[in-house]
Design a protein around this ligand. Structure first.
Ligand SMILES: Nc1nc2c(ncn2[C@@H]2O[C@H](COP(=O)(O)OP(=O)(O)OP(=O)(O)O)[C@@H](O)[C@H]2O)c(=O)[nH]1
Ligand SMILES: [Mg+2]
Length: 200
């Protein structure tokens, strides 16, 4: 039985807690507190420590789902959680001021996972803002690291089928990497993979 620890990262309001609520088969552990930064995300609460849920993929793959806080002042939790993670779903709100820049900032922060190909990007809120497109995100990723091909999706984190596709892509990449390398943390580039848009 394989077990994976997957982070859900990204800026405030991108939909990390929502995605874990959608995917988890167990009751989600949440650490929400009142949101005092309505300018960044207009919602009542924000994650201050972590979200935790679980899902079993296929017969045997148990996936532990950890949501990190989006606000930088809680980044001590990022440090703790990234030590344990095999991969990250990086959620970015498409209606933010600079979503592509935010994606690159988070990839710098989670460089170890990024360098070993353990990241997929999922742009949310594309019903609110149609741009940037999947092609815009992919172009920035290719410019940053031409040797890595990072899958990019557009998703609505409230939609279970879309989130399962994203998660299964990430887990398949991790398992493929582990199968072809002696150590699970090898840095070989991903096999070429097209960018995928789940929701248009
Ligand atoms: N219209 C629309 N709303 C969305 C979409 N994705 C998420 N939302 C909403 O945006 C909000 C996201 O909130 P959270 O899931 O708490 O975001 P988070 O990333 O956990 O935020 P922090 O914990 O504060 O960093 C929720 O109200 C979702 O219902 C989307 O694709 N379209
Ligand atoms: Mg949250």
């Amino acid at each position: 039985m394989a077990e994976h620890v997957i982070l859900f990262g990204g800026p405030m309001g991108a939909g990390k807690t929502t995605a874990i609520e959608t995917l988890s088969e167990t009751e989600v552990v949440r650490t929400e507190a009142a949101n005092t930064d309505r300018a960044t995300a207009d919602k009542d609460t924000t994650t201050v420590a972590l979200d935790y849920g679980e899902i079993t993929l296929g017969e045997t793959d148990k996936v532990r789902l950890y949501g990190i806080p989006g606000q930088q002042r809680f980044d001590f939790m990022w440090t703790i959680l990234k030590e344990r993670a095999k991969g990250m779903v990086l959620l970015v709100n498409n209606d933010a001021a600079d979503p592509v820049g935010e994606m690159l900032t988070f990839l710098d922060e989670f460089r170890d996972l990024y360098d070993r190909g353990g990241v997929v990007v999922a742009a949310t809120r594309s019903d609110v803002s149609a741009t940037p497109t999947v092609a815009d995100y992919s172009a920035a990723l290719t410019e940053r690291r031409p040797d890595l091909v990072v899958p990019v999706f557009t998703v609505d984190p409230r939609q279970e089928d879309q989130m399962r596709t994203v998660l299964m892509t990430l887990v398949a990449n991790i398992e493929m990497r582990e199968m072809f390398t002696a150590a699970p943390v090898a840095s070989a580039p991903l096999a070429a993979q097209p960018a995928v848009a789940v929701a248009e």
